[in-house]
Design a protein around this ligand. Structure first.
Ligand SMILES: Nc1ncnc2c1ncn2[C@@H]1O[C@H](COP(=O)(O)OP(=O)(O)OP(=O)(O)O)[C@@H](O)[C@H]1O
Ligand SMILES: [Mg+2]
Length: 430
């Protein structure tokens, strides 16, 4: 189709959006929420505001919803009153109409950001510190399996996108989503999207089918937009059988809740596994849980970075590596202030970073020294004393550690790092 014909079509589509067209075109909005024909809310800078935009009546709103969902080959009617769709610009849409919506059709649009947030934006917003971001980046490079956890609209997908951005460019990434929202900058990305059933109730392809299929696509990394059902079992199995370095998001309010939610999701796979077996799978698969929260002032913050370390009896053990501690609201601006800092606990994953030669910026290498690095330094100091020259020379940092300041990590891993490390039984040897 010619460019002119395309733009005519786009124009017709935008016109068909009726009263919400200016909202769709307004890049400062992040969400549009239509609650029946009389009430249209928007979200701007984390705050929800009521607009004076109205539809003529319910039929008018239904026509707009119909245009949106039919343009992506989906339908919504009294028999199938719930529908996920996308605007032509990629924004995620959910429509929910009577009889399940009691007070008229509900339309929720998560605006697609043309220019997705980068790690520097998140640091700028105060969502995470540079130090925390470097740690997460190092974990991604060391092929940690990561879960981004948080409530609705806390920024899980955005953070997953940022974390996926840390994956080296020479790796094959498969993304699996219900509605494609991730925007990776790497070239070697295979994007998969689930499909609802057709009019005859057939042709459904769910996330679980896609996860199983992705294992036959020679993935280096599997990125699942959100785990909300039995696909959790397939994901854990993939993580435990050599497909590490994978990541996903889960809807939960704390790291501990993420673990119990994972157990519930695994049970939804219907395999009737004993709880202890599920916990063992979870404990050996998951390395890091990054917890997001939306604070009262509308800001999104990483409130904790927690490492899963193993099992003690029937309980999965974890340790918090970074946490955000609020100091209340600034009376002048109303903004919540606080500190995001290391808890001082040395992460277990540091050993893996060292083994894989993944660099850590000097500040983090100082904060979390590798045991072997310390031993090396002690040996050299002892040797220096024996030589009798008094002043021991400082030990050279081991390869990788003590990189350049700032984020300080290379955009891509050194050659050969793209392959999963093979441990006993093909796993990561945890
Ligand atoms: N760190 C952040 N600071 C400010 N705004 C953010 C941040 N992260 C995300 N946002 C904005 O918040 C909104 C929700 O983000 P996102 O889609 O990532 O959340 P989510 O947790 O995945 O939501 P859902 O639960 O609906 O899937 C988006 O409009 C996004 O632009
Ligand atoms: Mg999301």
């Amino acid at each position: 189709m010619s460019v002119a014909a395309n733009s005519r079509l786009d124009n017709r589509y935008m016109e068909a959006l009726g009263p919400i067209r200016p909202l769709v075109e307004d890049d400062s909005l992040t969400e549009i929420m239509v609650n029946g024909p009389e009430m249209v809310y928007v979200e701007r800078k984390g705050k929800i505001l009521l607009t004076d935009i109205r539809f003529d009546d319910e039929a008018h709103l239904m026509r707009v919803i119909d245009t949106i969902v039919s343009s992506v080959g989906r339908r919504v009617d009294a028999r199938t009153p719930l529908c996920d769709a996308r605007l032509l610009d990629g924004s995620r849409v959910n429509a929910c109409i009577p009889p399940v919506a009691l007070d008229g059709p509900l339309l929720t649009i998560r605006k697609f950001s043309k220019d997705p947030y980068q790690v520097s934006d998140l640091i700028g917003f105060g969502t995470i510190t540079q130090e925390g971001a470097s740690f997460v980046q190092a974990c991604v490079l060391a092929r940690a399996n990561i879960i981004v956890s948080g409530g609705t609209g806390t920024g899980k997908t955005t953070l997953l996108n940022v974390c996926s951005g840390f994956i080296p460019i020479d790796e094959r990434i498969i993304t699996i989503e219900d509605a494609a929202e991730l925007q990776l900058h790497q070239e070697h990305v295979c994007r998969l999207e689930s499909r609802p059933p057709d009019v005859n109730g057939e042709g459904r392809v769910n996330i679980r089918d896609l996860v199983v299929n992705s294992l036959r696509m020679r993935p280096d990394r599997i990125v699942i937009g959100e785990c909300r059902s039995g696909e959790a079992l397939d994901m854990l199995q993939a993580m435990n059988t050599g497909h590490d370095g994978s990541m996903t998001t889960i809807h939960a309010n704390s790291a501990r809740e993420t673990l119990s939610r994972l157990e519930t999701l695994v049970l939804m796979a219907g395999m009737d596994l004993p709880l202890k077996a599920i916990r063992q799978q979870v404990a050996s698969a998951i390395n890091l849980i990054i917890q997001l929260a939306r604070l009262k002032d509308g800001s999104r913050k990483i409130v904790s970075v927690t490492e899963v370390v193993g099992m003690e009896g029937d309980t999965i053990t974890m340790q918090e590596i970074f946490k955000f501690e609020s100091r209340g609201a600034d009376p002048a601006t109303g903004k919540i202030v606080g500190d995001f800092s290391s808890t001082g606990i040395r992460p277990k994953i540091i050993d893996r970073l060292f083994d894989m030669g993944v660099p850590l910026p000097p500040r983090l290498a100082q904060l979390f020294p590798d045991r072997r690095q310390l031993q090396q330094e002690a040996l050299m100091a002892a040797a220096g004393r024996q030589m009798g020259n008094g002043a021991a020379q400082p030990a050279q940092p081991p390869p990788g550690f003590g990189g350049p300041p700032g984020l300080g990590l290379p955009p891509s891993m050194p050659p050969g790092m793209g392959m999963p490390p093979v441990g006993p039984g093909g796993s990561r040897g945890r």
